[in-house]
Ligand binder design. Sequence first.
Ligand SMILES: [Zn+2]
Length: 103
Amino acid sequence: MSLDLERVELIGQELAIHWKDGEETFLSLETLRRACPCAACGGEADAFGRVHRPPVQYLPGSFRLEGFVPVGGYALQFRWGDGHSTGIYSFAYLRRLASSANE
Ligand SMILES: [Zn+2]
């Protein structure tokens, strides 16, 4: 299954993602930032499915979204208010994140 974006909107403190298959994903900016998949934030699970997160220092601007750019047609890269922008969020990861956040 290939995922494709229709459009992305920032609504207050939430990101609304509209997918081409008609699904909608809502994620709070805080959830999004805390799930940052870059190496420094340690968002990826190990071979046993466990996620080991190093302690991450968040700043007042950490949960403010400055902007985002599409990456290679399969992911979004967010730029945060504290200058952090190394996390590449694949579309599949964003969808998975939203379903686990809403459980
Ligand atoms: Zn990160």
